[in-house]
Design a protein around this ligand. Sequence first.
Ligand code: SF4
Length: 298
Amino acid sequence: MRQHKLALCKEHYLEWIPEQTERFIEKYKMFTREEKILVAVSGGKDSLSLWDILIRLGYQADGLYLGLGIDGGIDYSHESQRLTEKFANERNLKLHVVDIEKEYGQSIPMLAESSHRGYGKPCAVCGLAKRHEMNRIARDLGYDVLATGHNLDDEAAVLFGNTLSWASEYLLRQGPVLPETSGLARKVKPLCRFYEREMTAYALLSGIEYIYEECPFAEGSQSIFYKETLNQLETTRPGAKLTFYLRFLEARKSGELFIEKNVQQGVLHACPKCGQPTSTPDFCSFCRMIERANVEME
Ligand code: SF4
């Protein structure tokens, strides 16, 4: 690991990653051993590794798998669910499975079709549905915190995109912990300081079986372009991604970013249909999307 000037054997690497994760959990005050954690698992290396690490560290962590109904010629959703269930069964862990199509009558590609009339990628629809459902399940089932497997490459790419467009509202909300507010569960990212290749190494060395294929809709996305750009920078300046992200967190914490002063938080109220907080005057974006899709089906 050039950025850390550190080289470890398999045995010590598999100890180092959980030790570092524990350090980040404590540093950013993510959760305690008394709290109940819901880990959003997709069948990929990051989320399954996160679940594995939290269990090894002795935390109370259950899993949540969201069935998106994405096929893309590789049976993506089916295969990712199979691997997630296998992981949970082998370790005797509790896994909640929620299928979007069974729950709301339409899969993510179907919802995207009715929202964009067949144009564009379903990622905006998918992101909205995932955020809504993860928050709903975490709150309905009484979890204290929702944990996701975002790694440093994910976080640096989001930060890069938001900085390029100077998206103050998003910059203000980015960090390892998004505190709980009325109607919204606390969200944490315990892997946010690990490089993607570090998490791949952890999953492989731990023998975790995960889905190698990316979601078919990820191809050509802006976030992949940002990741490739940052990888080029990292090649010539090892540690550049980590410095970029950590300096941002330091500036945010010290209140030096002018965005803190200029961005006003919108007033939220409960959606009359699902009860989740929304800034829109009537139903939340998710409920409006489902309504619109159902009307189009009739
Ligand atoms: Fe959803 Fe897009 Fe991610 Fe696929 S790439 S899981 S459609 S957000």
